[in-house]
Design a protein around this ligand. Structure first.
Ligand code: HEC
Length: 139
């Protein structure tokens, strides 16, 4: 076998392994837990929790990046119906309300399954999004 053919087989095998690992994560519909250290991380934007400008910026970010799935915050976005379970989370649910800011930050940053990772958004923007999510829960 020529080296070129051999390298093709290696690439194909790697692709099979990658897809396999991806679907294992996808199929993991059980409880989604953040690591303990992430859970304990304090919100560095806690002082901005009621900052109107920061919250307005977060709302804009959400309209652009999250609304298609999370809709009004209740997981009722236009793309939600087409997604297989687990469905986009209801941010106003008791479950999300019971999670720490650090836990939500870790989940938003890393994603799972259909929930994309948002590591590319500036950290402050991610924390401000969490501050905004908290305003939906106080009802
Ligand atoms: C393409 C659809 C989609 C988009 C866009 C999306 N999400 Fe999600 N989100 C999901 C799904 C699906 C889940 C449930 C994932 C699971 O439980 O495995 C989820 C779960 C969550 C959770 C709950 C985690 C938990 O279990 O407590 C939070 C918080 C969240 N998303 C925030 C966001 C934020 C913030 C954005 C925008 C920056 C966003 N999502 C954009 C699909 C999406």
């Amino acid at each position: 076998m020529r080296a070129f053919e051999r390298s093709l087989i290696v690439v194909a095998a790697a692709a099979v392994i990658a897809v396999g690992a991806g679907s294992a994560v996808w199929a993991q519909g059980g409880e989604w837990k953040a690591p303990a250290d992430a859970k304990a991380t304090k919100n560095p934007r806690a002082a901005q929790k009621t900052d109107k400008q920061a919250l307005a910026n977060a709302k804009k970010n959400i309209d652009t990046n999250c609304q298609s799935c999370h809709g009004s915050g209740k997981g009722d976005g236009p793309a939600a119906a087409a997604l297989p379970p687990p469905k986009p989370a209801d941010w106003t649910s008791a479950k999300v309300a019971s999670e720490t800011d650090g836990e939500l930050f870790w989940k938003i940053s890393n994603g799972r399954g259909a929930m994309p990772p948002w590591k590319h958004l500036p950290e402050n923007d991610r924390w401000d999004i969490i501050n905004y999510i908290r305003t939906l829960q106080k009802k």
